[in-house]
Ligand binder design. Structure first.
Ligand SMILES: Nc1ncnc2c1ncn2[C@@H]1O[C@H](COP(=O)(O)OP(=O)(O)OP(=O)(O)O)[C@@H](O)[C@H]1O
Ligand SMILES: [Mg+2]
Length: 342
């Protein structure tokens, strides 16, 4: 077996080591009603070498959580409390400005949600790569460009053309791949992809996901993929974390979560996946709408209004995320009381 392959396996699943450890993380935004949490008391481990999918409807706090992994939440938001331990870096929440700048890109690469392109429209991709290198005090900029060209090739892009292009000359799928080049060119080992395929057609979507899978494996990365589309991560992610109203409501190995969801919200998301094979009428959209910051009930379970198995206790007590046998976690009062969630 090739050494590269062996190296990847050494850093892969099964070691039980977390590359990123999020503890009791709360992120708030200032609103007319005061500071309200978009991410509330989140505990999450990103196991080294694995792909973790974070799913949930629009507004559930996915992007806010992703930004907090780099301590990059913008005003009017701020991290109110908690910690984000990144292996080899420390707690990014308490890191000084300079160390934080080095960690972003150097240790953790971030690809922005497709709509908010991070590319500068007035500069070629190559020029922006040089800017990135300079801002990270890279001594050998030629090597950086060589590395970028290598990555471009790995992702099926013509390296000279990709680096010589302006943003408007790239298709959506190309832009996402260029985003990944920026995220990885400084040798980051943690890759955070926020909705990497949302703006893409089906074919480009499949292409980008295939590339993500390959680059993840070949480079032994720890990857986070954020999406509102559970179908996107179903085949890609080793683990799945489901978010609702800023909380993680369920988490576990992807195939187990999909085969037997423990939270009624997860069951609802799965039932809503459009079916290409079989009876399309079997897909059932989730009824109701998710709450935003101002409409999350101050107490009780935030999902209860849409929940088919809600009980009295759900009105008054926000269920804690508890570990259940099999290395899974779920936050639901119905769990353990013999109530079937689907
Ligand atoms: N700058 C901001 N000011 C005030 N509230 C904000 C701000 N950014 C986000 N929010 C609120 O925080 C909550 C979480 O937003 P976030 O963007 O993290 O969700 P998301 O899960 O990424 O959604 P989407 O799927 O639409 O990208 C939402 O209720 C949103 O309205
Ligand atoms: Mg988002």
């Amino acid at each position: 077996m090739a050494t590269a392959e062996t190296g990847v396996q050494a850093a892969s699943p099964g070691t039980g080591e977390a590359a990123v450890r999020v503890r009791d993380l709360t992120v708030v935004y200032a609103t007319a009603r005061g500071e309200l949490p978009a991410v509330a008391h989140v505990d999450l481990d990103l196991p080294a070498g694995q792909i973790t999918g974070i799913v949930g409807e629009s507004g559930s706090g996915k992007s806010t959580l992703a930004l907090a992994l780099l301590n990059a939440v913008q005003r009017p938001g701020r991290i109110l409390s908690g910690s984000v331990q990144v292996a080899g870096v420390g707690d990014v929440v308490t890191l000084g400005r300079r160390a934080l700048r080095q960690a972003r890109g150097g240790k953790i690469g971030y690809v922005f949600q497709a709509s908010q392109s991070s590319l500068n429209p007035l500069k070629t991709v190559g020029k922006q790569l040089l800017d990135l290198g300079r801002s990270h005090d890279v001594a050998d900029l030629r090597q950086l460009i060589r590395e970028a060209k290598g990555l471009a090739e790995e992702m099926g892009l013509d390296p000279v053309r990709a680096l010589g292009s302006y943003q408007h000359q790239l298709s959506g799928g190309m832009r996402q791949r260029v985003g990944i080049i920026f995220a990885l060119v400084l040798n980051a080992h943690v890759l955070v992809l926020d909705e990497p395929t949302t703006a893409l057609d089906m074919l480009s979507q499949a292409l980008v996901l295939g590339i993500v899978r390959r680059v993840h494996r070949e480079r032994g990365l720890t990857t986070v993929i954020i999406t509102h589309d559970i179908g996107v991560v179903a085949e890609l992610a080793d683990r799945l974390a489901v978010m609702y109203a800023g909380r993680i409501v369920e988490e576990g190995r992807t195939e187990e979560v999909l085969a037997s969801p423990l939270h009624p919200y997860t069951a609802g998301l799965i039932a809503a996946i459009p079916r290409i094979v079989g009876d399309p009428n079997r897909s059932r959209p989730l009824s109701g709408r998710p709450p935003d910051l101002t409409t999350v009930p101050p107490r009780g379970c935030p999902f209860r209004e849409r929940c088919p198995v809600a009980m009295d206790v759900c009105e008054v007590e926000d269920p804690a995320l508890v570990e259940v046998p099999g290395g899974r976690r779920v936050a639901c009062h119905a769990r353990g009381r013999g109530v079937a969630v689907r």
